[in-house]
Design a protein. Structure first.
Length: 270
Protein backbone atom coordinates (compact mmCIF):
# COMPACT_ATOMS: atom_id res chain seq x y z
CA UNK A 1 0.00 0.00 0.00
CA UNK A 2 1.21 3.49 -0.88
CA UNK A 3 2.55 5.47 2.09
CA UNK A 4 0.49 8.65 2.03
CA UNK A 5 1.70 9.79 5.44
CA UNK A 6 4.75 11.34 3.77
CA UNK A 7 2.46 14.11 2.53
CA UNK A 8 1.04 15.00 5.95
CA UNK A 9 3.81 17.50 6.66
CA UNK A 10 2.98 19.42 3.48
CA UNK A 11 -0.73 19.44 4.30
CA UNK A 12 -0.11 20.58 7.88
CA UNK A 13 2.26 23.32 6.83
CA UNK A 14 -0.34 24.56 4.35
CA UNK A 15 -3.05 24.44 7.03
CA UNK A 16 -0.81 26.35 9.47
CA UNK A 17 -0.37 29.11 6.92
CA UNK A 18 -4.09 29.24 6.16
CA UNK A 19 -5.00 29.41 9.85
CA UNK A 20 -2.55 32.24 10.46
CA UNK A 21 -3.95 34.29 7.56
CA UNK A 22 -7.60 33.70 8.47
CA UNK A 23 -7.04 34.44 12.16
CA UNK A 24 -5.26 37.69 11.36
CA UNK A 25 -7.98 38.89 9.01
CA UNK A 26 -10.70 37.93 11.47
CA UNK A 27 -9.02 40.02 14.16
CA UNK A 28 -8.57 42.92 11.77
CA UNK A 29 -12.27 42.91 10.90
CA UNK A 30 -13.63 42.05 14.33
CA UNK A 31 -15.45 45.38 14.51
CA UNK A 32 -16.06 45.84 10.81
CA UNK A 33 -17.39 44.12 7.71
CA UNK A 34 -15.82 42.01 4.99
CA UNK A 35 -16.21 43.20 1.43
CA UNK A 36 -17.27 40.40 -0.89
CA UNK A 37 -18.32 39.73 -4.45
CA UNK A 38 -20.84 37.29 -5.87
CA UNK A 39 -19.52 34.62 -8.24
CA UNK A 40 -21.28 33.21 -11.30
CA UNK A 41 -22.66 30.34 -9.21
CA UNK A 42 -24.24 32.90 -6.82
CA UNK A 43 -21.82 32.07 -4.00
CA UNK A 44 -19.86 34.81 -2.22
CA UNK A 45 -16.10 35.26 -2.44
CA UNK A 46 -13.76 37.58 -0.54
CA UNK A 47 -10.23 38.70 -1.26
CA UNK A 48 -9.27 36.52 1.72
CA UNK A 49 -10.54 33.36 -0.05
CA UNK A 50 -8.38 34.28 -3.02
CA UNK A 51 -5.33 35.22 -0.96
CA UNK A 52 -5.37 31.99 1.05
CA UNK A 53 -5.80 29.86 -2.06
CA UNK A 54 -2.86 31.57 -3.75
CA UNK A 55 -0.74 30.87 -0.67
CA UNK A 56 -1.83 27.23 -0.59
CA UNK A 57 -1.08 26.76 -4.27
CA UNK A 58 2.37 28.31 -3.96
CA UNK A 59 3.26 26.08 -1.01
CA UNK A 60 2.02 22.90 -2.69
CA UNK A 61 3.86 23.73 -5.91
CA UNK A 62 7.01 24.38 -3.92
CA UNK A 63 6.93 21.03 -2.11
CA UNK A 64 5.16 18.86 -4.71
CA UNK A 65 5.93 20.36 -8.14
CA UNK A 66 4.78 17.27 -10.04
CA UNK A 67 1.33 17.25 -8.41
CA UNK A 68 -1.86 18.78 -9.80
CA UNK A 69 -4.06 21.27 -7.95
CA UNK A 70 -7.80 21.88 -8.01
CA UNK A 71 -9.04 24.86 -6.02
CA UNK A 72 -12.31 26.62 -5.29
CA UNK A 73 -11.21 30.01 -6.60
CA UNK A 74 -8.63 29.37 -9.33
CA UNK A 75 -9.73 26.09 -10.86
CA UNK A 76 -7.64 23.15 -12.08
CA UNK A 77 -3.96 22.84 -12.87
CA UNK A 78 -2.35 19.61 -14.10
CA UNK A 79 -5.57 17.81 -13.18
CA UNK A 80 -4.50 14.60 -14.97
CA UNK A 81 -1.54 14.10 -12.62
CA UNK A 82 -1.27 10.94 -10.53
CA UNK A 83 -1.59 13.07 -7.38
CA UNK A 84 -3.91 16.07 -7.24
CA UNK A 85 -4.43 18.40 -4.28
CA UNK A 86 -8.00 19.60 -3.83
CA UNK A 87 -8.35 22.76 -1.73
CA UNK A 88 -11.06 25.05 -0.43
CA UNK A 89 -9.47 28.07 1.30
CA UNK A 90 -12.65 28.95 3.19
CA UNK A 91 -15.37 26.34 3.34
CA UNK A 92 -18.26 28.37 4.69
CA UNK A 93 -17.57 31.79 3.18
CA UNK A 94 -21.08 32.94 4.15
CA UNK A 95 -20.28 32.15 7.75
CA UNK A 96 -16.89 33.87 7.43
CA UNK A 97 -18.30 37.16 6.14
CA UNK A 98 -21.09 37.19 8.72
CA UNK A 99 -18.75 36.51 11.63
CA UNK A 100 -20.08 33.03 12.46
CA UNK A 101 -16.87 31.14 13.34
CA UNK A 102 -17.65 27.68 11.92
CA UNK A 103 -15.80 28.10 8.62
CA UNK A 104 -12.72 26.05 7.83
CA UNK A 105 -9.97 25.27 5.35
CA UNK A 106 -10.16 21.98 3.48
CA UNK A 107 -7.05 20.35 2.05
CA UNK A 108 -7.19 16.97 0.33
CA UNK A 109 -4.80 14.83 -1.67
CA UNK A 110 -6.26 12.51 -4.29
CA UNK A 111 -4.39 9.57 -5.80
CA UNK A 112 -5.75 8.64 -9.23
CA UNK A 113 -8.83 10.67 -8.31
CA UNK A 114 -9.46 8.96 -4.95
CA UNK A 115 -9.14 11.05 -1.74
CA UNK A 116 -6.35 9.51 0.37
CA UNK A 117 -5.47 12.38 2.71
CA UNK A 118 -7.73 15.02 4.19
CA UNK A 119 -7.33 17.97 6.52
CA UNK A 120 -10.22 19.89 8.06
CA UNK A 121 -8.87 22.93 9.88
CA UNK A 122 -11.19 25.18 11.93
CA UNK A 123 -9.03 28.21 12.79
CA UNK A 124 -11.42 29.99 15.14
CA UNK A 125 -11.29 27.12 17.65
CA UNK A 126 -7.82 25.78 16.76
CA UNK A 127 -9.14 22.32 15.87
CA UNK A 128 -7.62 20.21 13.11
CA UNK A 129 -8.70 16.82 11.86
CA UNK A 130 -6.29 14.74 9.79
CA UNK A 131 -7.36 11.63 7.93
CA UNK A 132 -5.11 9.34 5.89
CA UNK A 133 -6.23 6.25 4.02
CA UNK A 134 -5.62 3.18 6.16
CA UNK A 135 -4.91 5.21 9.32
CA UNK A 136 -6.89 6.32 12.36
CA UNK A 137 -8.20 9.88 12.11
CA UNK A 138 -6.82 12.37 14.61
CA UNK A 139 -8.06 15.63 16.09
CA UNK A 140 -5.17 17.83 17.25
CA UNK A 141 -3.00 14.72 17.29
CA UNK A 142 -5.36 12.48 19.29
CA UNK A 143 -7.22 9.53 17.72
CA UNK A 144 -10.98 10.02 17.30
CA UNK A 145 -13.91 7.82 16.35
CA UNK A 146 -17.51 8.12 15.29
CA UNK A 147 -20.22 7.03 17.71
CA UNK A 148 -22.44 4.00 17.30
CA UNK A 149 -26.04 4.99 16.54
CA UNK A 150 -28.05 2.20 14.94
CA UNK A 151 -31.40 3.92 14.44
CA UNK A 152 -32.29 7.12 12.58
CA UNK A 153 -34.92 7.82 15.23
CA UNK A 154 -32.06 8.39 17.70
CA UNK A 155 -29.76 10.20 15.31
CA UNK A 156 -28.61 13.80 15.25
CA UNK A 157 -28.51 15.00 11.64
CA UNK A 158 -26.64 17.93 10.11
CA UNK A 159 -26.99 19.70 6.79
CA UNK A 160 -24.92 22.59 5.50
CA UNK A 161 -27.70 24.43 3.69
CA UNK A 162 -31.29 23.56 2.86
CA UNK A 163 -31.54 26.06 -0.02
CA UNK A 164 -29.53 24.30 -2.79
CA UNK A 165 -31.19 20.89 -2.33
CA UNK A 166 -32.13 19.70 -5.82
CA UNK A 167 -35.85 19.45 -6.56
CA UNK A 168 -35.62 15.72 -7.29
CA UNK A 169 -33.97 15.23 -3.89
CA UNK A 170 -36.27 17.46 -1.86
CA UNK A 171 -38.78 14.81 -0.78
CA UNK A 172 -36.10 12.36 0.35
CA UNK A 173 -34.30 15.13 2.19
CA UNK A 174 -37.49 16.11 4.01
CA UNK A 175 -38.29 12.49 4.87
CA UNK A 176 -34.82 12.02 6.33
CA UNK A 177 -35.33 15.13 8.45
CA UNK A 178 -38.57 13.61 9.73
CA UNK A 179 -36.87 10.30 10.48
CA UNK A 180 -34.08 11.76 12.64
CA UNK A 181 -34.30 12.94 16.24
CA UNK A 182 -32.58 16.34 16.05
CA UNK A 183 -31.12 18.54 13.30
CA UNK A 184 -28.45 21.23 13.07
CA UNK A 185 -27.85 23.43 10.04
CA UNK A 186 -25.23 25.78 8.64
CA UNK A 187 -22.02 24.42 10.16
CA UNK A 188 -20.38 23.66 6.77
CA UNK A 189 -17.34 21.36 7.03
CA UNK A 190 -17.34 21.67 10.83
CA UNK A 191 -20.41 19.44 11.02
CA UNK A 192 -18.71 16.67 9.06
CA UNK A 193 -15.66 17.01 11.30
CA UNK A 194 -17.91 16.68 14.36
CA UNK A 195 -19.38 13.51 12.86
CA UNK A 196 -15.85 12.09 12.95
CA UNK A 197 -15.72 12.70 16.71
CA UNK A 198 -19.14 11.18 17.43
CA UNK A 199 -21.05 14.40 18.07
CA UNK A 200 -23.21 14.10 14.92
CA UNK A 201 -24.60 10.85 13.51
CA UNK A 202 -25.57 11.60 9.91
CA UNK A 203 -24.75 14.50 7.58
CA UNK A 204 -26.54 15.10 4.29
CA UNK A 205 -26.20 17.66 1.50
CA UNK A 206 -27.49 18.00 -2.05
CA UNK A 207 -26.89 20.46 -4.84
CA UNK A 208 -24.39 22.76 -3.17
CA UNK A 209 -21.48 20.36 -2.91
CA UNK A 210 -18.50 19.81 -5.21
CA UNK A 211 -15.12 18.09 -5.02
CA UNK A 212 -13.45 20.95 -3.13
CA UNK A 213 -16.13 20.57 -0.44
CA UNK A 214 -16.07 16.82 0.11
CA UNK A 215 -12.70 15.32 -0.90
CA UNK A 216 -11.05 16.27 2.39
CA UNK A 217 -13.99 14.83 4.34
CA UNK A 218 -13.59 11.32 2.94
CA UNK A 219 -10.33 10.19 4.66
CA UNK A 220 -11.33 11.99 7.88
CA UNK A 221 -14.71 10.29 8.21
CA UNK A 222 -13.59 6.88 6.96
CA UNK A 223 -10.53 6.93 9.23
CA UNK A 224 -12.82 7.57 12.20
CA UNK A 225 -14.98 4.56 11.38
CA UNK A 226 -17.71 6.30 9.41
CA UNK A 227 -19.11 5.92 5.91
CA UNK A 228 -19.39 8.68 3.30
CA UNK A 229 -20.74 8.37 -0.26
CA UNK A 230 -22.91 10.17 -2.76
CA UNK A 231 -26.69 9.62 -2.74
CA UNK A 232 -26.29 6.64 -5.09
CA UNK A 233 -24.07 4.95 -2.52
CA UNK A 234 -20.98 5.38 -4.69
CA UNK A 235 -17.58 6.37 -3.23
CA UNK A 236 -16.77 10.06 -3.50
CA UNK A 237 -13.92 10.89 -5.85
CA UNK A 238 -12.60 13.97 -7.56
CA UNK A 239 -15.12 13.19 -10.32
CA UNK A 240 -18.29 12.83 -8.20
CA UNK A 241 -21.37 15.03 -8.37
CA UNK A 242 -23.11 17.33 -5.89
CA UNK A 243 -24.56 14.99 -3.24
CA UNK A 244 -23.10 13.70 0.02
CA UNK A 245 -24.41 11.43 2.74
CA UNK A 246 -22.19 10.49 5.68
CA UNK A 247 -22.90 8.51 8.83
CA UNK A 248 -21.06 7.33 11.89
CA UNK A 249 -21.61 3.66 11.09
CA UNK A 250 -22.62 1.50 8.15
CA UNK A 251 -26.08 0.54 9.45
CA UNK A 252 -27.14 4.15 9.87
CA UNK A 253 -25.70 5.08 6.49
CA UNK A 254 -27.70 2.27 4.87
CA UNK A 255 -30.92 3.48 6.51
CA UNK A 256 -30.36 7.08 5.40
CA UNK A 257 -29.46 5.97 1.88
CA UNK A 258 -32.59 3.80 1.64
CA UNK A 259 -34.84 6.78 2.40
CA UNK A 260 -33.02 9.10 0.01
CA UNK A 261 -33.00 6.60 -2.84
CA UNK A 262 -36.61 5.49 -2.38
CA UNK A 263 -38.01 9.00 -2.58
CA UNK A 264 -35.69 9.92 -5.42
CA UNK A 265 -37.21 7.08 -7.44
CA UNK A 266 -40.72 8.21 -6.49
CA UNK A 267 -40.02 11.76 -7.62
CA UNK A 268 -38.48 10.56 -10.90
CA UNK A 269 -41.67 8.63 -11.73
CA UNK A 270 -43.79 11.76 -11.62
Amino acid sequence: MEDYTKFIAVAEKAADMSRLTLDQHRKNYLYGNFDFETKADASPVTEIDQKVERQLREMIQQHCPDHGILGEEYGAEAIQSEFVWVIDPIDGTRQFITGVPVYGTLIALCHHGVPVLGVIDIPSVAERWIGVKGKQTTLNGRPVSTRVCKQLSEALMSSSNTEPVLSEHRKGYEKLIEATKFRVYGAACYAYACLATGKIDVSVDSGGMREVDYCALVPVIEGAGGVITDWDGKPLTIHSGTTVVAAGDADLHAQALAILQYWHKVENRK
